[in-house]
Design a protein around this ligand. Structure first.
Ligand SMILES: Cc1cc2nc3c(=O)[nH]c(=O)nc-3n(C[C@H](O)[C@H](O)[C@H](O)COP(=O)(O)OP(=O)(O)OC[C@H]3O[C@@H](n4cnc5c(N)ncnc54)[C@H](O)[C@@H]3O)c2cc1C
Length: 510
């Protein structure tokens, strides 16, 4: 007789703690296969990259250790989910497949739909659980914040005490980070992934690094030490957002901890961002078309879908002639992370100064960000390109940002070595140097480092005119209201929220 089993299908939830699907699958007492499927077709999509795989690889190594400690090591297979489950079905009697709901790209959504329908055909029960506090089939945005709060106040789900192992099953090799399947090689480094790195980052952020969070949050040269750097862990699920919310609340309320008010302020700002995270992913869940279509249709065709290729290449490679823009892009290419403000500036520069469409620039950034999270990504791309119809248009001035965020030019010199000898007074606008100064700084503009690709003031004026034309369209306001009703934030001041009681699971992180 075939052994009865449950399958836990791991996707962007690579942990055993606070994992509803694993908990439920194990609770029935039958053997469990924790399964991760490496899908070659996914890795050919224009949003996926080897950098993501590097991070996932670390997560899978840790997850295999953790599931092995519970009784059954993680099983890894390469192929399509249907085929893999179908093979397992021949050898075992599958009681059910358990997974988290994924609010991702159209590709993963279609894959999930096809798999669910395949399960139905084969009479396999498929159970899905909420992820990231995102509500599937949400009727109205009005009470979403309360629903999120309710999810966050529920206790963390403990890992099962044990998983009954499956007889005679090969674990399968986890493809190495240099496997050709994962596309172009990574230029530079990748943040360490996995549960151990995740809990270490959370611990060091809460107890120490958060002290400088608000002060450094936008500065590209120092923010990496003071920001939490939890984003890839949340994206790939080595931490759940609820774990982070609870650990933060517990830390803030712990009687043993005495915090300076600036650190309290920092942790409160951090908590708001955790809530924005859920808010943005909910937008994609509610309106998956935002991966492809502008939220407000008035902006749908204002930019060419395939803009000027030489402008795109200059932006994508960090050769626009604007030092901070180039330093940010080159640093991002090398490290896979940059601050929120600098991400916004990179998109703003591409969208307004170069008039490139977010659908042309967004995939490049998706591949570079280790933390690529579709819900946040497409919402932010649209906001920073001014195409939502519900957010104030914010055009970043790259020279002003340069003065404010890198006043001594240290970050610029690190990533744009052509400008190393340029004195502080010229580092933000090196094209203003005389030929004599350029010779002295060993940087001839137009030869060693590009002339500015566009004139800032002229480009911005032209962008504003085009946006204002789009706003004159008939029914603009009616549609903007509809967008707000469907996707807009019903912001409630953070201070009014009651704090939860400290969690007993605090010791996990501190
Ligand atoms: C154009 C653009 C694209 C972006 N794409 C992504 C993306 O693909 N994945 C991603 O995780 N973040 C994205 N962000 C948001 C933000 O830049 C990153 O979350 C943040 O820089 C991650 O660093 P951290 O973990 O140290 O953040 P912290 O400042 O320590 O914040 C803690 C967590 O809150 C969440 N968060 C922070 N800022 C935001 C925000 N503005 N909106 C929603 N959630 C937020 C993240 O999960 C983050 O890990 C994007 C921002 C812009 C402007």
């Amino acid at each position: 007789m075939k052994q009865p089993i449950n399958i836990v299908w791991y996707k962007r939830d690579l942990r055993v703690d606070d994992h509803a699907a694993l908990h439920r699958a194990a609770a029935s007492g039958v053997a469990v296969i924790p399964l991760y499927v490496v899908e070659p077709e996914y890795w050919q999509q224009n949003f996926s990259s080897r950098r993501h795989w590097h991070f996932i690889y670390d997560c899978l190594i840790d997850l295999r250790q953790q599931t092995a400690a519970l009784g059954q090591p993680l099983v890894v297979r390469v192929g399509e989910i249907q085929n893999i489950v179908s093979e397992l079905h021949k050898a075992y009697s599958i009681n059910g497949v358990y997974a988290h709901e994924e609010s991702g790209n159209q590709w993963t959504y279609s894959r999930d739909k096809a798999f669910i329908s395949w399960c139905r055909q084969h009479k396999l029960p498929f159970y899905e659980y909420q992820n990231n506090a995102v509500v599937r089939r949400l009727k109205s945005r009005d009470h979403w914040a309360q629903l999120r709060e309710a999810t966050m106040s529920q206790p963390l789900i403990p890992p099962p005490e044990q998983i009954v192992p499956v007889a005679g099953l090969a674990e399968g090799k986890i493809p190495l980070p240099d496997d050709p399947m994962f596309g172009d090689s990574v230029q530079g480094t990748v943040q360490q992934g996995g549960r151990f790195a995740a809990t270490a980052a959370l611990r060091s952020f809460l107890t120490d690094r958060s002290a400088g969070y608000v002060k450094h949050i936008s500065r590209p040269g120092t923010a990496d030490q003071y920001c939490s750097r939890l984003s890839p862990h949340l994206t790939w699920g080595s931490l759940s957002v609820r774990e982070v919310v609870k650990a933060t609340n517990s830390f803030l309320q712990s009687p043993q901890v005495s915090l300076h008010h600036s650190q309290r302020r920092s942790l409160s700002a951090f908590s708001s961002r955790l809530s924005w995270r859920c808010h943005f992913i909910q937008k994609l869940e509610d309106q998956p078309q935002i991966e492809f279509k502008c939220m407000h249709s008035a902006y749908e065709t204002i930019r060419p879908l395939e803009g000027d290729l030489s402008a795109y290449t200059a932006w994508a490679e960090g050769n626009t002639g604007y030092p901070l823009v180039d330093a940010c892009m080159r640093s991002l290419i090398h490290r896979g992370w940059i601050t929120f403000r600098m991400r916004a500036m990179l998109v703003s520069f591409a969208s307004y100064h170069l008039w490139l469409d977010w659908r042309q620039t967004g995939y490049h950034l998706a591949r570079l960000f280790t933390d690529y999270e579709p819900g946040i990504h497409y919402s932010q791309l649209q906001m920073q390109s001014g195409v939502t119809g519900i957010n104030a248009v914010r055009i970043y001035n790259p020279i002003k940002q340069s003065h404010e965020q890198d006043s001594d030019g240290e970050f610029i010199r690190r990533w744009v070595p052509e400008l190393r000898q340029v004195p502080n007074s010229w580092i933000h606008e090196p094209w203003l140097m005389s030929k004599t100064l350029q010779t002295k700084a060993q940087c001839m503009i137009g030869t060693d480092y590009p002339e500015p690709i566009v004139d800032h003031a002229r480009a911005i004026r032209s962008a504003r005119e085009k946006l204002s034309q789009a706003r004159k369209q008939q029914d603009y306001k009616t549609e903007a209201n509809q967008v707000f009703n469907k996707l807009g934030s019903r912001n409630r001041p953070q201070s009014r929220k009651p704090m939860e009681k400290p969690s007993t699971q605090m010791s996990l992180f501190l």
